[in-house]
Design a protein around this ligand. Structure first.
Ligand SMILES: NC(=O)c1ccc[n+]([C@@H]2O[C@H](COP(=O)([O-])OP(=O)(O)OC[C@H]3O[C@@H](n4cnc5c(N)ncnc54)[C@H](O)[C@@H]3O)[C@@H](O)[C@H]2O)c1
Ligand SMILES: O=C(O)C(=O)C[C@@H](O)[C@H](O)[C@H](O)COP(=O)(O)O
Ligand SMILES: [Zn+2]
Length: 361
């Protein structure tokens, strides 16, 4: 179990059979809405058996199609029709797209009701379900509308990963690798030693990678819940945005059909190339990005002709202030800083290093 030191501290439970804990987390609610991804329909019905209340099942569209204003409004209508009150609760059961949407429903309904996240993907467990960032996408950009709304608890049942498609498991590992570069290099060694085991949903190695990833996420958000501090030497929560400036721009250009982790994989390659060009990062650590991501079969290159469009999309990144782009860049392994307004030539030259034909899972 890992604790997050939020305003109301909560636990992330990790293991096999932890879903039994759901009943306790929603105790006292008369109605519980369970928002789930279509692939989890049968498991959602079983999950509901742990709840001693009136259950309102809401099946969301798959993946990123759930993260829209239309789906959000539809959920509000469903809660209104069910007479959902402030003492009722929302459960998000699925990958990061499901828990982001469910979280925003919980954050916005009556200005905030209890939320429990039950992630079913590697990415959801190590990242999306923990830390309280919720939201939806717009055509103009990724996660542009949302709220911070911490869950009351997070249940990561590793048994759920056996049905996860291999490409989604792989994509989730991109965020784990991110945690390796920004904070816990032992993660990188665990992947380098045995990448096939890292990709095996039943392996102890994957369980350890997930636990380490959650620990990094919990520590960073506990220190800066609302991404409010990036002063002096402390990067604060923005650290978790490593690789996301270009990554989110790729997701937008692909109209959210790329997996988030795949886009972040290319985004980290870009951040490493930029940091090396700016003289911050040594060539060995930059090259290690390609080596580790390659071992996992993650993409490390993107369309050579896309730069003008990606550069424009990056202007709407949440780290941007005014006209100035801000990047989380490494100045060493597990050591990062914010670089504001790097020159346009360096930005384009770093992109040239990652431009090529993408190979995706
Ligand atoms: N809030 C945050 O802090 C945060 C952090 C990281 C990522 N995110 C968001 O998370 C999203 C990506 O999450 P994701 O990678 O989990 O993708 P996802 O939610 O789209 O899930 C991937 C696919 O796997 C299916 N699936 C999920 N669990 C399954 C299971 N156990 N068995 C079979 N199929 C299953 C889903 O239905 C979907 O088709 C992005 O929208 C990203 O922006 C949010
Ligand atoms: O939790 C965070 O903070 C992160 O930045 C984690 C990211 O992996 C995640 O993709 C997050 O949704 C990105 O947030 P955004 O604020 O850049 O939209
Ligand atoms: Zn992410």
């Amino acid at each position: 179990m890992i604790e997050v030191a939020a305003e109301r501290p909560y636990a992330v439970q990790i293991g096999h059979g932890v879903l039994d804990g759901l009943g306790e987390l929603v105790a006292g609610s008369r109605r519980v809405a369970v928002l789930y991804a279509p692939a989890l329909r049968a498991q959602a019905a079983r999950l509901a058996e742990n709840i001693d209340a009136e259950v309102l099942p809401i099946e969301l569209p798959d993946a990123e199609q759930a993260k829209t204003a239309e789906v959000l409004a539809d959920c509000w209508d469903r809660l209104a029709a069910a007479g959902f009150t402030r003492s009722d609760a929302v459960v998000g059961f699925g990958g990061g797209a499901t828990t982001d949407l469910a979280g925003f429903v919980a954050a916005s309904w009556l200005r905030g009701v209890r939320l429990v996240t039950v992630p079913t993907t590697v990415l959801g467990m190590v990242d999306a379900a923990v830390g309280g960032k919720t939201g939806i996408n717009l055509a103009a950009g990724k996660n542009l509308v949302g709220a911070f709304h911490e869950p009351a608890g997070v249940l990561c049942d590793l048994s759920l990963l056996t049905s996860l498609p291999a490409a989604d498991l792989r994509a989730g590992l991109a965020e784990v690798v991110k945690c390796g570069f920004i904070a816990d290099p032992a993660i990188l060694t665990l992947v380098e030693e045995a990448p096939a085991e890292a990709l095996d949903p039943t392996s102890d190695r994957l369980a350890e990678l997930i636990t380490r990833g959650i620990r990094v996420k919990a520590e960073v958000v506990s220190g800066d819940l609302r991404e409010a501090t990036s002063v002096g030497a402390s990067v604060g929560r923005e650290l978790l945005n490593y690789g996301h400036t270009l990554g989110h721009a790729i997701e937008r250009r692909e109209q959210y059909r790329w997996r988030h982790g795949e886009a972040i994989s290319v985004g980290m390659m870009y951040a490493a190339a930029l940091a090396r060009r700016l003289g911050l990062l040594d060539a060995t650590t930059a090259e290690r990005h390609r080596a580790v991501l390659d071992l996992l079969g993650l993409p490390t290159a993107y369309d050579p002709g896309a730069w003008p469009e990606l550069r424009e999309a990056m202007s709407l990144d949440k780290k941007t202030r005014g006209a100035q782009l801000r990047f989380v860049l490494l100045n060493g392994l597990a050591s990062a800083e914010i670089v504001a307004g790097p020159d346009e030539e360096a930005l384009a030259a770093a992109y040239a290093e990652v431009s090529g034909h993408p190979r995706r899972g």
